[in-house]
Design a binder for this molecule. Structure first.
Ligand SMILES: Cc1cc2nc3c(=O)[nH]c(=O)nc-3n(C[C@H](O)[C@H](O)[C@H](O)COP(=O)(O)O)c2cc1C
Length: 234
């Protein structure tokens, strides 16, 4: 963990105050700051301020050596440069997202495409055989906080096969340098019944526990400064 613990929160919901995933992320932040008040929290609202989509010119800029990029190409990569520096700075990544059409919202996918960039986030070498891509970053923790209108997307749930949200995030998180991850999701939002209320209560109750587990996982690596380790015990 950095000397100043840094959390990057990606809010992918297009909804503001009413967003359940955003509410979960805020609660995570609140709990985190109770444990480590001197942390830096970077909040990126990709759902309400969507990243640009990649274009052919963007791809060409990425594959142009940095010292040869034109002013136009540097401008095209500005969003990506900023998003990558935020990810690199963070030791903990929180992805707060709704399920949209059984997968990630387009704005979150656009953020992923801006971030996962050759030479910055992964290296490419055909000498590695069938797996030429290797992540450059490592040791990050990721917490995925989700909300869905329907239910049964995890374990042996009735819609587990329809879930392209969590598996997608887990697969790409390899390139974010994630070594440990946690997931918590509210389901049943569209039913608005007791099952929804129970699912919401269960998810909020899990958040402080996840915060503790994330911090303990850093502690186990003995990377936490002593003062913070004491805070954990107290
Ligand atoms: C465009 C759109 C697509 C959605 N697709 C799904 C879906 O595939 N499965 C599902 O269970 N809920 C779906 N929902 C419901 C949302 O996942 C649910 O309302 C969730 O609480 C939204 O999260 P938020 O409150 O953080 O915005 C969809 C909602 C929208 C607006």
């Amino acid at each position: 963990m950095n000397n100043t613990p840094t959390v990057l929160i990606i809010n992918a919901s297009p909804r503001g105050e009413r967003s359940l995933s955003r509410e979960m992320a805020s609660y995570f932040e609140e709990n985190w700051l109770t444990r480590l008040p001197d942390s830096k929290i970077i909040v990126k609202n990709v759902g309400t301020e969507p990243p640009p989509f990649v274009s052919e010119a963007w791809i060409a800029a990425v594959f142009t050596p940095p010292e040869q990029r034109s002013a136009t190409q540097r401008k095209l990569l500005e969003y990506s440069d900023q998003a990558i520096s935020e990810l690199k700075a963070a030791d903990t990544l929180v992805i707060a997202t709704p399920m949209h059409n059984y997968g990630v919202p387009a704005a979150l996918k656009a953020w992923v495409d801006q971030v996962v960039r050759i030479g910055e986030i992964f290296s490419f070498d055909l000498e590695r055989g069938d797996f030429p891509l290797e992540p450059i970053l490592s040791g990050k923790r990721m917490v995925t906080l989700t909300s869905s209108g329907e239910f049964g997307f995890t374990g042996n749930g009735i819609r587990a096969d329809w879930n392209h949200l969590h598996p997608h995030i887990e697969v790409v998180s390899r390139y974010f340098g994630v070594s440990h991850s946690w997931q918590q999701g509210i389901e049943y939002q569209e039913f608005g019944d007791k099952r929804f209320e129970d699912s919401k209560a269960k998810s909020f109750a899990a958040i402080p526990v996840i915060v503790d587990e994330v911090l303990s996982s850093f502690d186990r690596e003995k990377r936490l400064p002593l003062a913070n380790a004491k805070t954990l015990e107290g």
